[in-house]
Design a protein around this ligand. Structure first.
Ligand SMILES: [Zn+2]
Length: 389
């Protein structure tokens, strides 16, 4: 049995919003003791946090490991190139403190192979759940990498195909988006009955569903169809917030993606910039409305879209705070709220006995300055120190 003693940390208790000086005992990757007066078990390997701030491992619940964020990278022409890109993304996530990702829109099922290899320990990676191909209407947002499906039966089949390939979750496209030319973020794409068919197939297999949804009619259709999370969500009203609270639907605003599309230079096509400019303020207002209403908000960045690198995951918390969230609530979005969205809140998301030893260690305390989440000095996954600055 492997016994480790992580000591001299300022440990974040995200539930009670406090930080205390303490130690953590980890046996075979699981926390068995944590607190201010926890002694070192005999023979344990000692790891010193050096007085740094220890957060529960952070999540990124909206990633695209198969896509390069570097606009000057050529589009991959083989699965090997996609896999190399994905492994690079995994490494970058780990080096910036990300211990768990939910990848929502892979390419040619490479995401599923990557997940399986990562679980075997073939390379350094966060824990992950993946969606396989996104399900979209013919010519709809994401069609070039997705599974085009039209009509209820075909959407049902498309979802079953993703499950057969090994997907953990189902991604459906309820509206147009920013980076597909000629489709509008505000317009609905898959119909409510099509969405329902795909979502139902996922639920039957225990797989949650998420939807790219920016315009209000598509968002409402997805909510009525039983979706588990709204991604991006540019335009939502009180009806949406009430529904989400009542049904436990999560909002993943991906403020980072919108930020980089609006404010970065390289590789942003004019049509994408125009679409984001039109929605920018409304999106922030929707975020504030959802927060005020008490909707579960989780962290996702859409990493893989232009200039939006895996190592910018913490930036989502910075933007959330800028938009009006408290620092603690931003940390919760990245930890316990995200664990709930993925369905792993019993084993992840807080630093408590019985939970997996996933830690993100910050050089300085993010409750003093939110920007400190951008400086991770150690990442621990399952009790293993997988990154140390
Ligand atoms: Zn996305």
């Amino acid at each position: 049995m492997s016994v480790k003693y992580f000591t001299n940390g300022n440990i974040m208790d995200v539930v009670n919003e406090k930080i205390y000086k303490g130690s953590i005992v980890v046996e075979n990757g699981i926390i068995t003791q944590v607190g201010e007066d926890v002694a070192c078990p005999e023979g344990a390997e000692v790891i010193d946090f050096g007085g740094k701030t220890v957060s529960p491992g952070i999540f990124n619940c909206h990633t695209h490991i198969c896509m390069s964020a570097n606009p000057s990278d050529p589009r991959p022409t083989s699965d090997a190139q996609i896999a190399i890109q994905a492994i690079k993304a995994c490494k970058e996530f780990v080096q910036s403190g990300v211990t768990f990702i939910r990848d929502v829109g892979g390419s040619n099922y490479v995401d599923i192979d990557i997940r399986d290899a990562a679980r075997k320990g073939d390379f350094v990676a966060p824990e992950m759940v993946v969606s396989g191909k996104c399900i979209c209407m013919t010519g709809g947002h994401g069609w070039s990498m997705g599974r085009e499906a039209d009509g209820v039966d075909d959407c049902r089949k498309a979802a079953r195909e993703q499950l057969r390939a090994g997907a953990d979750c189902i991604k459906v496209m309820a509206t147009g988006g920013v980076f597909t030319k000629g489709v509008e973020p505000g317009s609905q794409q898959l119909n409510e009955d099509e969405l329902r068919a795909a979502i139902e197939e996922g639920h039957k297999a225990g797989a949650k569903s998420c939807t790219h949804a920016q315009g209000m009619s598509g968002i409402k259709a997805a909510l009525r169809a039983g979706i588990d999370s709204i991604e991006h969500g540019f335009y939502m009203d009180d009806w949406c917030f009430e529904w989400m609270k009542e049904h436990g639907t999560t909002f993943v605003p991906t403020l980072t993606a919108v930020y980089y599309t609006k404010f970065s230079e390289a590789g942003i096509p004019e049509f994408a910039r125009k679409k984001v400019d039109a929605a920018y303020e409304d999106h922030l207002n929707t975020f504030r409305g959802a927060y005020k209403a008490g909707v579960n908000i989780a962290l996702g960045t859409d990493a893989g879209t232009p200039n939006n690198y895996p190592n910018q995951t913490g930036f989502e918390m910075v933007l959330m705070e800028k938009a009006g969230m408290t620092k603690w609530d931003a940390i919760k979005a990245g930890t316990i709220n995200s664990a709930k969205l993925v369905g792993v809140e019993k084993t992840h998301g807080t630093i408590e006995a019985g939970k997996k030893a996933n830690f993100t260690v910050y050089t300085a305390n993010p409750i003093e300055d939110m920007n400190n989440v951008m400086d991770c000095c150690m990442t621990v996954i399952g009790g293993e120190v997988v990154y140390k600055k």
